[in-house]
Design a protein around this ligand. Structure first.
Ligand code: ZN
Length: 216
């Protein structure tokens, strides 16, 4: 699991380079909108990337390629969203996500899967499941491992697993054989934006009743 409950360097650098697919861009930019600290950290990573490019021998990379990359780094996405982020990051539904679902979690059409409800987003993004998950207070998501990446951003309330407690604005990155059973905090439903690029694999009992949760 990622340290400090923020983006992994790998995700942050890929975002800065424009290499992420739309579901992960939505998650990263919503996270950045919610946290001054995350934006500051993102900028410092971009600076590191720029410094590394400066050390490249001129003959190693064609000047035109190098100039294009440097131009891209001159206007990093984190800077571009900075101005609006201070306003929209504090909103119930942070700006980048509000463009998809509106400004409130109330009145949305949740699909109930037992203690967990979901709303699917970005259905056209092939190879991904992008969804809002709402876990009832104190309820748990079925225990599972992952066959790919699972990136989860907490939007309301909190959840915990054996790796720690994740609160509003935190990102949980789970991959591969991490076997976990996320449990929502007791006092409030936990709402998350979750992006997966492969099916989850249930590790508890009653799996055939829970298939809708893991289907990709
Ligand atoms: Zn998971």
């Amino acid at each position: 699991m990622n340290e400090g409950h923020h983006l992994t360097d790998e995700l942050a650098v890929a975002h800065a380079a424009g290499l992420l697919d739309e579901p992960l861009v939505l998650l990263v930019e919503t996270h950045l909108a919610m946290s001054d600290e995350a934006r500051a950290r993102h900028r410092s990573l971009e600076a590191v990337g720029g410094a590394l490019l400066d050390e490249i021998e001129p003959e190693a990379v064609g000047a035109d390629v190098r100039d294009r990359v440097l131009a891209m780094l001159d206007v990093p996405p984190a800077i571009r969203i900075d101005a609006a982020a201070a306003r929209c990051g504090k909103a119930v539904v942070p700006g980048p996500l509000a463009r998809h679902i509106g400004s409130s979690f109330d009145g949305l059409k949740w699909r109930a899967l037992g203690p967990v409800s979901e709303i699917r987003l970005l259905p056209q993004a092939e190879g991904y499941v992008t969804r809002l998950l709402k876990i009832k207070p104190g309820a748990s998501v079925p225990g599972h491992t992952h066959e790919g990446l699972e990136a989860t951003l907490v939007l309301q309330g909190s959840f915990s697993d054996h790796t720690g407690v994740f609160r509003r604005g935190d990102v949980a990155i789970a991959e591969g054989d991490l076997d976990h059973t996320p449990v929502a905090g007791e006092h409030e439903a936990c709402i998350c934006l979750a992006v997966t690029d492969a099916p989850l694999r249930l590790t508890g009992g009653f799996t055939r009743f829970l298939n809708p949760f893991v289907r990709i």
